[in-house]
Design a protein around this ligand. Structure first.
Ligand code: MRU
Length: 356
């Protein structure tokens, strides 16, 4: 069953409000860049590719109403709007990547005047959306080949339809592997519970067998021989393969290594940040303490307690068996293998051996 978290129609960005899932299917309508930045910051829309897509439409909304006389001033307005959108969340590189594409589209058409520029920006936003859908399909096909019949896999956070413009990255692979997947263990993913609220919901809607576990149960699942692999998404991957993903991912990778299980990361080329040498250089978002001290408005910790709430952690490349991208599978990722695979043209992932 298709789930569409992002739609753009009639000059409105309509976002499925992921804060209320699975209890309620509610939509938020964004009519400005400010609305969009707020939606990204407050997790109405989340997941690295989805954040990038929403930001691209948000940038268009920011300039659509601007009455400007010259192409140069549309570019200036876009820079202001993009600064606002980029400040929403710092870790997922897809946000910055998408806004850079938008700025380039405006700059290339500056000579044609504001009306043409606005058209070009909207077209680019739609292209970013469509490209991500294609990237998900390619990742899914490449990744599905790695999972034999009867696979039982652990996943963390939500890297599915709700987080992308297509079927997802990590969950896209699971959908494509289909009947070969015997069970998905979904970590609940404290503190915001993307695993229980979103992944378990999304998989169940698509009739994929899913068992929900608390984050601290993954070790027990592995030690009892109930899992064959781990697959997660990514928010930013440095040029050496070190990967930022939802807090708790690093612990899972350590556990997987201890139990001799493959640990896969699935992500499109847009999630790589080749300007960074190592994972330590990735900025990790720190979120409000209330996310840890409350669950659904219920206080679960002493009000004055000191809290640390990093939203992501870094998994070193050496713990990653392979990164599944839309250009192919990068086994034992390192700088050279990453550079080689990313230099390939995007593919639909259909062809036989290429990329494996
Ligand atoms: O804080 P979130 O929900 O935006 O974090 C999302 C994740 O960590 C996902 O695993 C990642 O963005 C990949 S989504 C395809």
């Amino acid at each position: 069953m298709k789930i569409v978290p992002i739609r753009f129609a009639n000059s409105e960005l309509v976002l499925l409000d992921q804060r209320f899932l699975p209890a309620r299917e509610r939509y938020v309508r964004c009519r400005s860049a400010e609305d969009t930045a707020r939606a990204i910051k407050s997790l109405v829309v989340r997941g690295a590719p989805a954040i990038g897509i929403a930001a691209a439409y948000g940038a268009y909304l920011g300039i659509a109403g601007a009455e400007r006389v010259s192409g140069a001033s549309v570019c200036a307005e876009l820079r202001r709007v993009n600064a606002l959108l980029s400040a929403a969340r710092p870790t997922a590189v897809n946000l910055f990547w998408a806004l850079e594409r938008i700025e380039k589209a405006a700059a290339y058409t500056a000579i044609k005047g504001p009306a043409e520029q606005k058209k070009a920006v909207l077209l680019e936003a739609r292209k970013i959306h469509a490209d991500d859908k294609r990237a998900c399909s390619a990742i899914s096909r490449y990744g599905a080949r790695l999972f034999p019949k009867g696979s039982r896999v652990i996943t963390h956070c939500n890297a599915g339809m709700l987080a992308t413009g297509g079927t997802g990255t990590a969950l896209g692979v699971i959908y494509a592997a289909g009947k070969k997947i015997e069970m998905v263990y979904a970590d609940e993913t404290r503190p915001v519970l993307q695993g229980s609220r979103l992944t378990a919901w999304e998989l169940a809607r698509n009739r994929i067998p899913v068992t929900l576990i608390c984050d601290n149960m993954a070790g027990a699942v592995m030690s009892r021989g109930k899992a064959d692999a781990v697959i997660v998404g990514a928010d930013r991957i440095a040029s050496n393969g070190d990967t930022a993903n939802k807090i708790g991912t690093y612990g899972l990778a350590v556990l997987a290594r201890h139990h001799g299980l493959p640990f896969y990361v699935a992500a499109p080329a847009s999630t790589f940040d080749l300007s960074l040498k190592r994972g330590e250089q990735i900025i990790i978002e720190e979120r409000p303490s209330d996310e840890i001290k409350n669950i659904s408005g219920k206080i679960i910790a002493p009000p004055g307690v000191h809290v640390w709430n990093p939203a992501f952690d870094i998994t070193p490349a050496k713990l990653i068996t392979a990164i599944i991208t839309d250009r192919g599978v990068i086994k034992a990722p390192d700088r050279d293998r990453i550079a080689e695979i990313l230099s390939r043209k995007p593919s639909c992932g259909k062809s036989g051996k290429k990329g494996e």
